[in-house]
Design a binder for this molecule. Structure first.
Ligand SMILES: C[S@@+](CC[C@H](N)C(=O)[O-])C[C@H]1O[C@@H](n2cnc3c(N)ncnc32)[C@H](O)[C@@H]1O
Length: 328
């Protein structure tokens, strides 16, 4: 296959390879080539890296089997599986757990970057941490996930993180005006804050969480992405911290099981609330009316826009996102 090729001097090759993987620029279907002086990387687009140059080149195509093909060869037909790739860790959910080991091994064979596989047995209150059982590969728990070029370090057994919200985070970032004050009320390891700091121009972001592990990683993530002058990470209960913060242009409320409980607090503090809640399909309208009534009770007028389903939660329930505009 013919594609753009980044020619890299041998001594720089490993560093460049890491960077290309992190930024998802490497074409995985094409085989990387080497000679005595250079390594030839097939890349998705023209990248500029000091000391390297670009050519057009024919690469050998790699035949890759998917985990479904591998399982089928073993006579296993999996009808329902959900997988989250977080850095080099895969987290799987199955209807029938008895195939977990076979699925995990097939997944590792098909996805060479996966170093560990865990079975997800649900999310635990109150820090929303997953109950994980190690199934295959190394027993590693800490990983580095890259989302739109932002580095997110975390321990999958100690904090909440969902790679499925990547598009949602970018969607929110695009709405943040220059100079805004942002409060990330339930920040976790701070993915919303980090994406906003990279793709918008806020004045300040306050990232709050009460899980001390989430706070440890949030602080580290702010440091490794060099965003210390924008994001302030605060450990504690949002109920106590939010009243002490300055007025906010935007508040992110990603605690979908309990966010309604925190709404009066957010209505008093913020102008645009990026609100998420787990709701039954036919209870969305009712909830919107309750939110408006809550606003009136607090003495504000409320407009609700962009009501959308962000993800499924169970056959009957969905993760719903909406923007709540508060007029003071
Ligand atoms: C669903 S997670 C969302 C994390 C993050 N926003 C994300 O998108 O990955 C909710 C987070 O809220 C935190 N949390 C729960 N109750 C809280 C409270 N009262 N005050 C502050 N943080 C809280 C949990 O520790 C958890 O990290």
């Amino acid at each position: 296959m013919k594609c753009v090729c980044l020619v890299v001097p041998k001594e720089k090759a490993e560093k460049v390879r890491q960077k290309l993987i992190e930024e998802d620029l490497l074409i995985r279907k094409a085989k990387i080539e080497r000679d005595e002086k250079y390594v030839y990387f097939p890349v998705k687009e023209k990248v500029e890296i000091r000391g390297c140059y670009l050519i057009e080149k024919d690469f050998e195509e790699i035949e890759r089997k998917s985990y479904v093909d591998i399982l089928k060869e073993k006579g296993i037909d999996i009808d329902s599986i959900s997988i989250d790739f977080i850095g080099d860790i895969a987290i799987i959910r199955l209807i029938n757990d008895s195939y977990a080991r076979e699925v995990a091994e097939a997944l590792m064979e098909a996805n060479k970057h996966v170093k560990a596989v865990y079975l997800d047995r649900g999310v635990k209150e109150d820090y929303r941490v997953r109950d994980l059982q190690h199934i295959a590969g190394e027993e590693k728990k800490e990983t580095l996930h890259v989302e739109y070029g932002v580095k997110i370090k975390l321990d999958v057994t100690k904090v909440y993180f969902s790679p499925r919200l990547a598009a949602e985070r970018m969607r929110v970032a695009k709405q943040i005006e220059e100079g805004s004050i942002v409060v990330d009320m339930f920040a976790g390891v701070a993915p919303f804050s980090l994406i906003i700091a990279k793709y918008a121009m806020p004045k300040r972001i306050y990232a709050i969480d009460k899980n001390p592990y989430a706070i440890k990683y949030a602080r580290e993530n702010v440091r490794i992405n060099e965003m210390e002058n924008i994001i302030e990470v605060i450990e504690g209960d949002a109920k106590e911290i939010v009243p002490k913060l300055p007025e906010a242009n935007h508040i992110i409320m990603n605690l979908p099981h309990k966010s309604f409980e925190f709404l009066p607090l957010a209505i008093r503090k913020g102008k645009i609330l990026h609100y998420y809640e787990i709701l039954e399909r036919d209870s969305i309208e009712k909830r919107m009316e309750e939110i408006k009534a809550l606003g009136r009770k607090e003495g504000y007028s409320i407009d609700i826009k962009n009501v959308r389903v962000v993800g499924s939660y169970s056959p009957a329930k969905q993760r719903v996102g909406m923007e709540i505009y508060v007029r003071k």
